[in-house]
Design a protein around this ligand. Sequence first.
Ligand code: ADP
Ligand code: ZN
Ligand code: ZN
Length: 740
Amino acid sequence: MSLYADVILPLPVSGMFTYQVGDGEKSRVMPGMRVTVQFGRRKIYTALIRRLHDVKPATYQVKGILSLLDEEPVVNERQFLLWEWISEYYLCTLGEVFKAALPSGLKLESETRVMAVEVTGENPELNDAETLLWEVITKHPGIRVSELQKGSQRADITPILKSLMDRNLIVLEEKITQRRRSKKIKPVKNPEPEDLKMAFLSPAQQKAIDEIRSSFAHTDVALLHGITSSGKTEIYIHLIQEAVQQGKQVLYLLPEIALTAQIITRLRSAFGQEVAVYHSRFTDRERVETWKKLLQPDAHEGISIILGARSAVFLPFREAGLVIIDEEHENTYKQFNPAPRYHARDTAIMLARFHGAKVLLGTATPSLESYSNCLNGKYSLIELTDRYRDMQLPDIHVVNTRELRRKKRMQSHFSPLLLDHITEALKNKEQIILFQNRRGFSLFLECAQCGEIPRCRHCDVSLTYHKMSNRLTCHYCGYGIPVPKACPACGSPEIKMQGFGTEKIEEEIAIFFPEARVARMDLDSTRKRQSFEKLIASFEMQESDILVGTQMVSKGLDFDHVKLVGIVNADTMLNYPDFRAHERSFQLMAQVAGRAGRKTNRGIVIIQTSDDKNPVIRQVVENNFTGMYNSQLEERKRFQYPPFCRLIEITLKHRDKEILDKAADFLARRLKQLITDTILGPEYPLVSRIQNLNLKTLLVKIGKGRSLPLVKKGILFAITELTEHPMFRTVIPVIDVDPC
Ligand code: ADP
Ligand code: ZN
Ligand code: ZN
């Protein structure tokens, strides 16, 4: 009898494809194993077997599987269930989930295969670097990436290839040269039990943990609302230990940026080598290793605790007993690009459901969604209202910069109060964090004569000044030019810097306090894999006095000697045009403030704003989460936003504005005919052109009580009609469910 396999291909095509299993492989093949198959005329892919059966497909000529790559499944049944949920909920294909889920090492077996590049687009708009590469690719179709790299002047051509790929100008094709067996991984020896240590819980922590335990008897999800430095991590550690003792695995999720050496060390000192860390800053080899260790059936050879960022939800857990999601309010849990655009918190809750595991969400500033899930009884709520060792919350002062500017008392970006407190802290050998929300849109050039602002050639944004490289660069696509000596529009040499960002603050603070040692932490200063860790370690060891940073400095860092936190300008976040701006500002300010005075004496926070009567500022000063929650919930209800409805955002992209406009109108019209829900737009987003593609968005608001699957079906139907319409074939649709 013939045997067939339904496989998932790593492509944005919907559904699965059926291939015949060869006689030699029949006895060895199992769902969850990888195979290579031919798809399309010449392309070969690594695919994944979802199902085996004996039903020959009626509609097409079945091809055979080329080779079987595994001896054991690399993906288990519960993972498949989760993938299927993601694909249905976030409206993407299983292939897209497959691509995101497996570390590339498992998708490609990188030593055994080389990538070839093939040209698919015509007459594209390219920048200089792209043109160079592009010419070689056109002349040598099917050239290996390694050869391209060798012939190039650049250190790394991957970003350029990626950008070409994103614009569908080239495809990377996997060519199979030979098959190699995957290596067995040596088990790691666990440290002796007496090396491991765990703290005793305080009475308040003990009470909280008891409440969490008993809540799990009636709800699967609990939210631990504990103020900054209340000792949540210590509670997690105790719960993890209980789960591990019962032979269960634990997933501990953190936002990428909060996954630091600090927390790894804390967990390793309690659990030793049972802890594995998983996030995108790790090499692919390390990630494949973790994946394979988790697959080992014997618990003693495997690992029981995964400390990971977003993508750790895709790991092959055998039997998860507990899922911890720290800083659950963080919007970086949402994957933005490419698909699957999943929310790791919500996905982890589903993962737990497939395992029958319990979920603990933790944060000092709950998201409105999770908090309201507590109030309506879906989740349990546990409050921890005191700091560990009864340290007081910091003393928060608000400075009205508008008033001070009028009186000419501001010194550049600093108020006298902030400068005084910095002086005082430096004198006492205490540390300071200065928070500046912006990296992007921060420092740009403006012509004093004609008002010209140099902008990106490919995107609708101004270019940002970078001092280190003395260049203007685009934060969306990476396009850059040297700083011009004169205005490109009118030729005037009077072209001046405007706005301010972290680099500028760093520079100015050095002028005010020449003796202070200043460090800066933002995306630019931490691009390299180790530099982020180094910066934190060095600040921790008091090798610098002042740390200037973006939101990166707010993420759960636990420094002992920070006395003062200055929020240099709160206005930018308050004025952000988004229904979550108020909630976000509160979270951000409360979190940044929480870095002050954690260990020794009471911290001081200074918030500089031109809008000191703003209710958010007052709520932060009073540490009034409930006030913030109630006022925001009221607004969300009035204007119908989550948690009172669900949102699906559809973005259409096209080079040609006219086609885009017509496509957006077409889609809006069809949607209005197909579904009864509120549709906002189409409208141009804040940044309405990125990498030469114009953008237009539609927002669907789905009221409570509506059938989500039904609405989604309508949306997919309308989008299919759009992309099959002869005029709109080249329009790129992007669907974002629960946009953040
Ligand atoms: P949170 O996660 O709520 O911000 P942490 O768990 O980081 O708080 O705790 C704040 C500080 O207090 C940390 O330095 C931690 O080591 C210390 N701490 C918390 N609980 C205990 C405990 N039970 N015993 C000893 N130290 C503790
Ligand atoms: Zn750009
Ligand atoms: Zn000019």
